[in-house]
Every structure is written in structure tokens, then in C-alpha cells.
Design a binder for this molecule. Structure first.
Ligand SMILES: NC(=O)c1ccc[n+]([C@@H]2O[C@H](COP(=O)([O-])OP(=O)(O)OC[C@H]3O[C@@H](n4cnc5c(N)ncnc54)[C@H](OP(=O)(O)O)[C@@H]3O)[C@@H](O)[C@H]2O)c1
Length: 412
């Protein structure tokens, strides 16, 4: 039996080393991601009957493990320990491209040797909500794989539930395939998951952070559906990138300064100044679109600093759909713009199996580009999270190589 295999290589198929290298977060290191992540040797995890063990070739970097590294807004290790988990560490990583090395005895949708990716929706398969066939992402036990759960893709082997596993697009390299699933499947649920406001061909959509992970996937999903996306970005280079992936135009948010909580409604002067800036932003949307039409869907994730504007510019009967509060959680809105024009403010989180499979099929059919951003080594996973937190080089999704010895491998 192999004890430990070097990073950048794989043991023979099905041979599982007793230990593995992983980028580990511990509570005493919570803080700057460059310090919080450290490479350690840990026992290779064992799988339960409904689980799959995957040799990680490449791991996608996402914002959730910036939060895990900081221990904010929750301490994922403490929460899992309270639920009975024995481990005093967190191995995150919510995106993977890899090879199945072992399957549990109840698994029948995937075999050893399959080349796969994983979507990040995870839940207790015994949860009565799940057994009743309801939307699993609304189940009390629903969580995000590689964030709420341990043994994500920042180790040489990761553990996923069988229902999360999807085929890897054969035309993509390992690192390309590891880039988009978390953001892409999340964007898919945001745009197509909410009955009454599902994306329609004639819709126009405002996409915050258009060059980033979520934004680059949202723009492509909108465009692929025959609808039109206008991106918001913070510089011209990012704006031009969003046009290359399908946006009809973009707004540079640095040209406006009304961000954050709007002045109180009793502050008439403040309100007047705020509304004037918000209206100018709305006009910038029309200019970028080339038509006087307000967004039917506002694709939100910055949160605190942008929500008042999102609600303001959204079309009557339209939807502001939000999956994060990257800039803060104390978002406010002026209810007058909300109820009189009968807008919907919808939270969204992760995706279910059907939504994830539908998104993955678009990737396999080459209709959606994974928008792979910067490539990092396994050693630099902490740095990758730091760069993400600092908002550096926001073009698509960052990836780290793990089992793949070099980039460009894995295409068929
Ligand atoms: N709930 C879920 O299932 C789920 C899934 C995926 C991601 N998320 C969350 O969504 C957020 C974004 O993730 P991501 O992967 O897209 O991150 P990302 O690639 O770093 O992109 C973030 C974007 O936010 C924009 N941004 C930064 N500061 C801003 C501000 N003050 N105002 C407006 N826009 C600002 C940036 O664009 P510009 O600076 O160019 O404007 C950037 O493109 C994270 O908080 C992540 O945890 C949640």
C-alpha cells in the first residue's frame, strides 16, 4: 500500500494512499488567507456508502474559502464539531476536476476511472425534506460542498456525494474544467430557478461584477438564452472583457458615488442627491443597452453597497436576485420603489441536481466557456484566495493544479 503520493502525480487507478497532502485551515490560523492555509499531511478520508472518492487533478478557487480562512461570518470547523464531526481542521475547495478512485456500495451513477466535476449542493440524503422530493437546496440540511463540508478539493483526494458528480467536458483541460461549476450552477439557479421571473428571451439583465466568476457565467447564460446582459465593472479593461463574452455593453461603477446605504427618507436633500445619482446610473444602463429599457433581472452579489441601486433600477414586476453580500450584509432598500412597482427581491443559494446538470450540459456542448482565470500551483492556494479577496485580476475563475503535473492536460 502506498503511504503518500507526491503532488502533481497520481497513484495507479484505484490505489489509495493512506495519507495525502492538503491545504488545511485551522482555527488558530484564521485571518489572512496566505497564513490561514498551510500544507499538511492528513489521513486520506474514507467514504460512506453514498459517497465517491475523487483524485483531484485541479481545484477551482472560490470566495467561500476566503470566508472560511477568515472564520467569518461563521467558524465552519466549530459548527461541524457541534454537529459531531471529529476533525479540528477544514479542508475546503468547492470546485474540482478529477478522476473517481473509489465509490461507496450504494453508488450506481458513476464508476471508478470516470473523469468528473462536482456541483456544490450537498445535503443529508436521509433528510425528510429530501425524501419528500422537495427542492433540496431549501432543505434544513442543505449546504455548500467544500465550505460547510470537510474534505473538499484542496487535498489530493476529495469526498463528494454521488448525486453531486457530473461528467467532465472532454474538450476542456483539467484546470479549465475545474473553473466554472460553483459560479455557473449558482448563476443558473439565479436566472432560471425562480418561477414567475425566469429569464426570458426578451429580457435585459444587469450583471454586477460582470468580469468576475459569477458575472462571467451569468453574462454567457443570458446571451446563450437569447436575452441581453449589461455588465457593471470597475475599469475599462474589465468592461471590454465582458463584451468579449457576450455583454451588449457595460457601466463603469467608478463614475458614480452614491454607493452604500441611501440617506434616510426624512433627509430630503440627501434623498434628492441620491435619487439623482441613481437615475444617472439608470440612464447609463439605457446607454449601454442602446434602448430605454430597465433590467427585468438584476443579478446581485455585492450586496450592501449596491442593493439600493439594484432595487431602484429594476423594471416593474422584475426581480433582484441575490446570492451574496460581498461588500456587507446590512443592505437597505427604499420600500417605495419596491412595492409600488411590485418588484421581487429573491435570495438564491447553490443549485439543485437538475439545475447543475442543465448548466454542465451547456459546458459540455461548448455553449458556455469556463472562463478560466489565473492559474496557481497547489502551494499557492492561500495566495490565490488573498488575490481574490483583494479583487486583483478579476477575469473569470482562478484555479490551482493539484494532481495534474502541468497545465493543458486532460483534453480528449
Ligand atoms: N450563494 C452561493 O451559492 C454563491 C455562489 C458563488 C459565489 N457566491 C458569492 O458571490 C460573491 C462573488 O463571487 P465571485 O466568484 O463572482 O467573485 P469574484 O470573481 O471575485 O467577483 C466579484 C465581483 O464583485 C465586483 N465588486 C467588488 N467590489 C464591488 C463593489 N464595491 N461594488 C460592486 N461590485 C463590486 C467585482 O467587479 P468590479 O470591481 O469590476 O466591479 C468582481 O467582479 C462572493 O461573495 C461569493 O462568496 C455565492
Amino acid at each position: 500500500m502506498i503511504d503518500l503520493n507526491p503532488v502533481g502525480s497520481l497513484p495507479p487507478l484505484g490505489e489509495i494512499p493512506t495519507k495525502m497532502y492538503a491545504q488545511v485551515i485551522r482555527q488558530e490560523r484564521f485571518g489572512d488567507p496566505r497564513e490561514a492555509f498551510k500544507i499538511e499531511e492528513v489521513e486520506t478520508p474514507h467514504i460512506k456508502p453514498h459517497e465517491v472518492l475523487i483524485a483531484v487533478m485541479a481545484a477551482g478557487i472560490n470566495f467561500n474559502n476566503v470566508w472560511a480562512a477568515r472564520g467569518l461570518p461563521i467558524d465552519v470547523i466549530k459548527i461541524r464539531q457541534k454537529m459531531g464531526e471529529p476533525y479540528d481542521f477544514h479542508i475546503g475547495g468547492s470546485d474540482v476536476a478529477g478522476i473517481v478512485y473509489a465509490v461507496g456500495e450504494d453508488v450506481n451513477n458513476v464508476q471508478v476511472g470516470a473523469e468528473v466535476v462536482v456541483h456544490h449542493g450537498t445535503w443529508n440524503i436521509e433528510d425528510p425534506w429530501i425524501k419528500a422530493g422537495k427542492d433540496p437546496m431549501l432543505a434544513p440540511s442543505a449546504g455548500i460542498w467544500g465550505y460547510n463540508t470537510n474534505f473538499g478539493s484542496f487535498g489530493q483526494f476529495c469526498v463528494a456525494q454521488a448525486h453531486q458528480v457530473l461528467p467532465k467536458a472532454s474538450h476542456l483541460s483539467w484546470e479549465q474544467a475545474a473553473a466554472p461549476s460553483l459560479v455557473g450552477t449558482t448563476a443558473y439557479r439565479m436566472l432560471f430557478g425562480w418561477e414567475g421571473n425566469k429569464l426570458k428571451e426578451e429580457d435585459v439583465v444587469l450583471v454586477w461584477g460582470g468580469s468576475g466568476g459569477l458575472g462571467s457565467q451569468a453574462i454567457q447564460l443570458v446571451t446563450n438564452h437569447g436575452a441581453r446582459a449589461v455588465a457593471v465593472v470597475s475599469d475599462e479593461e474589465r468592461g471590454e472583457y465582458t463584451k468579449k463574452i457576450g455583454a451588449v455593453g457595460y457601466i463603469n461603477r467608478k463614475e458614480f458615488n452614491h454607493w452604500g446605504v441611501a440617506p434616510h427618507w426624512e433627509d430630503l436633500e440627501g434623498q434628492k442627491a441620491w435619487a439623482s445619482e441613481a437615475r444617472a446610473f439608470g440612464k447609463a444602463f439605457w446607454d449601454a443597452l442602446g434602448e430605454r429599457k430597465n433590467p427585468n433581472i438584476v443579478f446581485e452579489h455585492p450586496g450592501e453597497v449596491t442593493l439600493p441601486t439594484s432595487i431602484f433600477v429594476c423594471e416593474a414586476g422584475g426581480m433582484v436576485v441575490i446570492c451574496a453580500g460581498t461588500t456587507g450584509y446590512s443592505a437597505s432598500l427604499d420600500l417605495r420603489y419596491h412595492w409600488v412597482r411590485q418588484k421581487r427581491f429573491q435570495g438564491s443559494h447553490g443549485s439543485n441536481d437538475e439545475q447543475a446538470a442543465a448548466y454542465n450540459q451547456l459546458v459540455c456542448d461548448r455553449k458556455i466557456d469556463p472562463c478560466m482565470g489565473e492559474l496557481y500551483s497547489f502551494e499557492n492556494i492561500g495566495q490565490a484566495h488573498y488575490d481574490m479577496e483583494q479583487g486583483k485580476t478579476v477575469f473569470g475563475n482562478r484555479v490551482a493544479l493539484v494532481g495534474a503535473p502541468e497545465s493543458g492536460m486532460g483534453r480528449k
